[in-house]
Design a protein around this ligand. Structure first.
Ligand code: VAH
Length: 314
């Protein structure tokens, strides 16, 4: 039985649905801090849960016979810079608690997302390797790097089967743009459909590694279903989908909406994006558990423009 923590977030809302479709709704309990999220989960059980409420998490795991936890709750990069100590506390205390719980209850598997945010300004920025200098300069990135160290430690020392992916910027149409530095690439589609001019908070040539949500979901389930011995990297796997700049995603939308306009007004998030890679080398994921992305920028833009109007009023 699967417990999803942070189920109402950008990744959680899509991953929870995919898990329920795959293993049936009775096998999944979706939880989130936000009680309003209950209406989104008509296909599985939903509980309000603060991941830092350790007693409640423990009771759920014990009483519901949970065997796997997907711990997706975190403060993302941009929001984290506004509340550094809270971001560190939530991101780290929650992970350590979940790893301890997994050890104590001998849980079958744990999933925890990492991010390209673990890389910093002096990391090689093109085809960033799995192993390289990582000096993240955001609280979010620092928490993800430290979290990767703890995941590997709990695997090596206690045999906790925790698995992780360094997601690029994730782009989906089922949730509104959030506190991520890559969320401009979600918002741009909403503005195009509203017929509004898009103000981009990054420079036009800010190349970033990105991934369409269906690819991220596939990678996550492929990793979690891979035989234990093929998951050779227990910090977190590099994962790549595509790379593009604000100008390129804008151009891909303009082929569908010729009058769509953009202006660039870089803000504090530009410095965060500047510290991240342009592109990622994910050959270990391809070799160890057969990773292969399906979507490029054109395919993503086509799919989002087609489906976004079904999810939000325009
Ligand atoms: C963020 N979307 O911007 C997240 C992600 C690579 C970026 O970790 O914080």
């Amino acid at each position: 039985k699967i417990l999803v923590i942070g189920a109402a977030g950008q990744l959680g809302s899509e991953l929870t649905k995919a898990l329920s479709d795959r293993y049936s709704g009775e096998q999944v309990i979706a939880t989130d801090l936000n009680a309003d999220a209950k209406e989104k989960f008509d296909y599985c059980r939903f509980e309000v849960l603060d991941v830092l409420d350790q007693e409640k998490v423990k009771n759920l795991v014990r009483n519901e016979g949970i065997t796997q936890i997907y711990h997706l709750a975190a403060v993302l990069s941009a929001t984290g810079e506004k509340r550094p100590l809270f971001a560190w506390q939530l991101n780290m205390d929650s992970l350590l608690f979940i790893l301890e719980l997994a050890r104590e209850f001998k849980l079958n598997k744990i999933y925890w997302p990492s991010s390209i945010a673990v890389f910093g300004p002096n990391t090689p920025s093109v085809n960033t390797p799995q192993y390289c200098v990582k000096e993240p300069n955001t609280v979010y990135g620092i928490s993800k790097q430290a979290g990767e160290r703890w995941c590997e430690y709990y695997f090596e020392k206690y045999g906790v089967d925790v698995r992780s992916l360094r997601y690029p910027g994730l782009i989906g149409y089922k949730s509104l743009p959030g506190g991520g530095t890559t969320d401009y690439a979600v918002d741009i589609y909403h503005k195009a459909l509203k017929g509004e001019k898009f103000t981009c908070f990054l420079k036009e040539d800010s190349m970033l590694p990105m991934m369409y949500m269906p690819d991220a979901i596939k990678a996550t389930i492929d990793l979690m279903e891979a035989p234990k011995e093929s998951v050779k990297i227990r910090s977190s796997y590099n994962l790549a989908g595509m790379s593009f700049t604000p100008k390129e995603i804008y151009e891909s939308i303009r082929t569908h909406y010729p009058n769509f306009e953009i202006e660039y007004q870089p803000d504090f998030r530009q410095a965060i994006a500047d510290g991240w890679p342009d592109s990622i080398d994910d050959h270990f994921a391809r070799e160890h558990w057969g990773w292969k992305p399906s979507y490029d920028l054109e395919a993503m833009t086509q799919d989002i423009l087609e489906n976004l109007p079904k999810y939000f009023e325009f």
